[in-house]
Design a binder for this molecule. Structure first.
Ligand SMILES: *Cc1c(COP(=O)(O)O)cnc(C)c1O
Length: 219
């Protein structure tokens, strides 16, 4: 199957899941996760009209997206991988949305960089819903206080929450928990669902899904 066919398949599955869940048509955004794929592999997705992309490494993003952004207007690039303080300046410069804010230090550094560069990428807080030691993200218990801290102490607008459920568990309860935490924190957006579970995530209220291998193929 060609990339455009796979992309269209994902798009129609999203539309079907929206209808099934009583969601407004087009209310779920597709973030096409292009990590490990080079600019030549990404161009067919741009030709097929895809404009929202996700990368998990700042440096890898810097290697391909400045060129692709200059070729095609209207690209929205999401950082979906862990962010180190020493990469915050580059991240603010390149990304339109940073989905992985997860601790006070990185929130402070981002706030400083956003002022310095006069640039305001939209921000999500990553929540470690499965309390996995190897995974980034703030704990569910600390989420409301952390969103408050970002808003009240740093003046940052947190747009939504993001999670990556444990690979070996039923994702539904994790998606439900993220939804409850978003309500409790007063944020509207939910970034959840990947190739294996994005339709389930939509049923639980996802406003964006991050889909990689179902579009670009195996990594
Ligand atoms: C790689 C990745 C995805 C996409 O995963 P697929 O299973 O290939 O769809 C989504 N979210 C994050 C944070 C990722 O790192």
């Amino acid at each position: 199957m060609e990339l455009e066919e796979r992309l269209n398949d994902v798009r129609s599955r999203i539309a079907a899941a929206e209808r099934l869940g009583g969601r407004t048509d087009g209310s779920v955004q597709l973030v096409a996760v292009s990590k490990t794929f080079d600019a030549d592999a990404i161009r067919p997705a741009l030709q097929a009209g895809q404009r929202i992309f996700g990368e998990n490494r700042v440096q890898e993003g810097q290697g391909k997206w400045p060129e692709l952004k200059s070729e095609t207007p209207g690209i929205e690039l999401h950082l979906i991988g862990p962010l180190q303080s020493n990469k915050a300046a580059e991240a603010v410069a390149l990304f339109d949305v940073i989905e992985t804010v997860d601790r006070e230090k990185i929130a402070r550094v981002l706030a400083d960089e956003m002022k310095r560069q006069a640039k305001t990428p939209r921000l999500y807080v990553q929540v470690n819903t499965g309390l996995e030691p190897q995974k980034a993200g703030i704990t569910p218990n600390d989420t409301v206080a952390f969103v408050d801290f970002c808003r009240d102490e740093l003046g940052l607008t947190i747009e939504g929450l993001m999670c990556i459920p444990p690979a070996d568990e039923n994702p539904g309860p994790h998606f439900a928990l993220l939804g409850k935490l978003a309500q409790a924190s007063g944020v509207e957006k939910l970034s959840m669902g990947m190739s294996g579970d994005y339709e389930t995530a939509i049923a639980f209220g996802a406003t964006s899904v991050r889909v990689g291998s179902a579009i670009f193929g195996v990594r």
